[in-house]
Ligand binder design. Structure first.
Ligand SMILES: Nc1ncnc2c1ncn2[C@@H]1O[C@H](COP(=O)(O)OP(=O)(O)OP(=O)(O)O)[C@@H](O)[C@H]1O
Length: 658
């Protein structure tokens, strides 16, 4: 393992001492790593796959934090005020593509250029140079339509665009032909010489690293050597760098095996103590880092270029995905239309089985059933002529399209019709129904139990659907009231006598005859807007992160506040469009009653959409993958719906749940 050189950290481009880093303890990626890179030099970082090169670079650019140890970049700590790292002093080409596929080459460069504070004119002249130098297709071509090698060159161009002080390139020459690779190295050498630019480059082509001033060979969390190429060849007496790499790796492997053997014998107490020490440090360092970053973010609130870049990026991402955009606006409309068509209407054409013993049936068709209900005064005394009142009542039930009556010859077949699903209910009229009912109406007081029974219509219902049951019960009761009121009026009796003595006046809020549509329209609207905002926010944040775009943008100096703000602003307009469309369809097309102020409805709906966005941000921060986010947002849909009182009033819930 190489000993740390004694240098002044302020003079170094990168200075790392005793760095420890783990993703999941106790597996450490680095265990006490030292690295020294002088300003204006090219540093080639070599190492086997998975040895931690990318992790080290991400700590250098300030998008990850060490568990413990010291790291200085361009004379400051990454993330500290004025260090420019992350920021425009650094250019970073990550290993993954980290570009927007729907952007053209030009738009990609404009995005990164604006973030780094360049003027549009400057960016355009750099684009012209980079397209020529990196042998890129015309700048109007979309990144997603380029070959893999061309895409990586665009990524390289985006890192070099603003001529930073420190250029960090993670495997920039993968998929690049030898001539262009040589050109890129020539360019890097010139940049380091003429502009004093410091360049860190990781590569698996070991021989190309001989053009670097320093080579760091990394393995198992350490730098095994950190020398210039000639010194390495001389020290290890090898003819090429490939041999040096092999020799060092083998030596380190044997040393590691021996150490492991030794460690297996005595206790691991010592290592554990050291490990615990680093764990403690890590928490402090992480907290310090976060606090510092937050304060730094507050001070450096934003810049016009960065906001312009982020807003343009978010807008372009939306409009380039035409299918997605149409879906975003069509979905609330489809949901509202389906809601208004399917929910809240009265059930119709409900088959009711009728067994009427008061009249004769020759077969199962309804015979002409003569009914009469007449009252007149003979010498001042009311006289009644009542016949087949059951038939009269049935004509009331024919009113509207709620019922379809089917007649059955006996009670058993009437019951069977309900049992086998042919009818929703069975109505039975006693043979002496009319007389009993008249007697019931005449003698409110001292009515015999038997008369009471005979005057009642017997009903058996299929209670498997509450909404249909309620409709049937309401209709039977309502039509009986109408029927009785008409008879009583004819017979010079005040119909109020049969009404419950409770009077309902015009309601203070709401409608006199509320419908379920009116009740649930507001909840449905809010649910639609809320969950669209959740899914849109969560998916766009997670896509950015998994594609590496979020980290790349942060390395360019954009803080999380700006990223969130730009998302909120663009999505606010999408939400506004969705809200307006949903309201137009609800209120104008489907005539859902709106008794309050429309502008308040719009404001409340938008606020609910903002809540959805916040929930989307929460989901995107706890889920690493899009599929987890989809599961979480789908999983939260039903609980939110149930707990919000949209389906059933919260007043009906247990106190602790309210
Ligand atoms: N986000 C992460 N969470 C957990 N482990 C990770 C994460 N990123 C990297 N690692 C692990 O850390 C180790 C170092 O990974 P890193 O990507 O830094 O290696 P590398 O040297 O850049 O590899 P390559 O040359 O293949 O790109 C690997 O064992 C890897 O599995």
């Amino acid at each position: 393992m190489s000993k740390p050189k004694k240098v002044n950290k302020i003079d170094c481009a990168v200075y790392v001492r005793n760095a420890w880093k783990s993703y999941k303890k106790p597996n450490y990626v680095f265990t006490g790593l030292h690295m020294t890179m002088m300003k204006g030099s090219i540093y080639a970082l070599l190492g086997a796959s998975g040895c931690g090169k990318t992790t080290l670079l991400s700590c250098i650019v300030g998008i990850r934090y060490l568990d413990s140890g010291d790291i200085w970049v361009l004379g400051g700590k990454p993330g500290s005020r004025g260090s420019g790292v992350p920021g425009n002093r650094v250019g970073y080409m990550p290993q993954e593509l980290a570009l927007y596929g729907d952007f053209s080459i030009k738009e990609t460069m404009l995005y990164f250029g604006w973030i780094c504070g360049l003027k549009t004119k400057e960016i355009k002249s750099r684009i012209a140079f980079l397209v020529k130098f990196l042998e890129l297709p015309p700048a109007e071509r979309l990144v997603k339509n380029l070959s893999g090698g061309q895409q990586r060159r665009v990524s390289l161009g985006a890192a070099m665009l603003h001529t930073p002080d420190l250029l960090i390139l993670d495997e920039p020459t993968v998929g690049v032909d030898p001539i262009l690779r040589a050109n890129i190295w020539n360019y890097l050498v010139t940049e380091s010489k003429e502009r004093n630019c410091s360049i860190i480059i990781t590569t698996h082509y070991i021989e190309e690293a001989k053009q670097a001033q320093t080579i760091g060979i990394m393995r198992s969390g350490h730098l095994l050597a950190e020398e210039s190429p000639p010194q390495l060849l001389q020290t290890y007496k090898c003819s090429n760098l490939e041999e040096v790499f092999l020799k060092l790796s083998r030596a380190q492997q044997s040393q590691q095996d021996a150490e492991e053997e030794q460690q297996r014998r005595p206790s691991r107490k010592e290592f554990k103590e050291e490990e615990e020490e680093h764990t403690g440090d890590s928490t402090l360092q992480e907290q310090h880092g976060c606090c510092y970053k937050f304060c730094h973010d507050l001070r450096n609130l934003t810049s016009c270029g960065r906001l312009r870049a982020l807003m343009t990026k978010n807008t372009l991402r939306l409009v380039r995905n035409i299918a997605g955009l149409l879906f975003m606006f069509a979905l609330p409309v489809i949901q509202v239309v389906l809601f208004c068509i399917c929910i809240g209407g009265n059930p119709r054409d409900l088959t009711i089985a009728v067994m009427n013993k008061e009249v004769n049936y020759t077969n199962l068709t309804y015979l002409d059933c003569p009914s009469r209900a007449k009252c007149y005064l003979v010498n001042g005394t009311p006289t009644y002529e009542m016949e087949n009142l059951s038939c009269l009542y049935l004509t009331y039930l024919e009113d509207g399209d709620t019922f379809m009556q089917e007649f059955y010859p006996d009670v058993d077949s009437c019951h069977e019709a309900v049992r086998n699903g042919s009818a929703w209910g069975c109505l039975y009229f006693n043979p002496n129904f009319t007389n009993a009912l008249v007697e019931r109406m005449k003698k409110f007081i001292a009515l015999r139990e038997e008369v009471l029974d005979l005057s009642e219509i017997q009903v058996w219902l299929d209670m498997s659907n509450q909404q249909i049951d309620l409709t049937i019960e309401r209709k039977l009761g309502l039509e009986f009231t109408n029927f009785a009121v008409d008879i009583l009026k004819d017979c010079f009796v005040n119909p109020h006598i049969i009404m419950p003595p409770v009077v309902f006046h015009k309601p203070i809020y709401g409608l006199e005859e509320p419908s379920f549509t009116d009740f649930s329209a507001s909840g449905t609207l809010l649910t639609i807007v809320f969950f669209l905002a959740v899914s849109l926010t969560a998916s766009s944040m997670i896509t950015e992160r998994t594609e590496g775009l979020l980290d790349r943008t942060r390395v360019s100096g954009v803080n999380l506040g700006e990223i969130l703000f730009s998302h909120v602003v663009i999505q606010f307009f999408v939400m506004l469009g969705q809200t307006i469309l949903a309201l137009v369809f609800m209120i104008v097309v489907f005539d859902v009653d709106c008794v309050g102020r429309l502008e308040l409805i719009v404001v409340l709906t938008l606020l609910q959409g903002l809540c959805g966005m916040c929930f989307g941000f929460v989901i995107s921060s706890v889920c690493t993958q899009e599929r987890n986010a989809v599961q979480l947002s789908l999983g939260s849909f039903y609980p939110v719906l149930l707990l919000s009182g949209i389906i059933w009033p919260t007043e009906a819930m247990p106190y602790w749940l309210r």
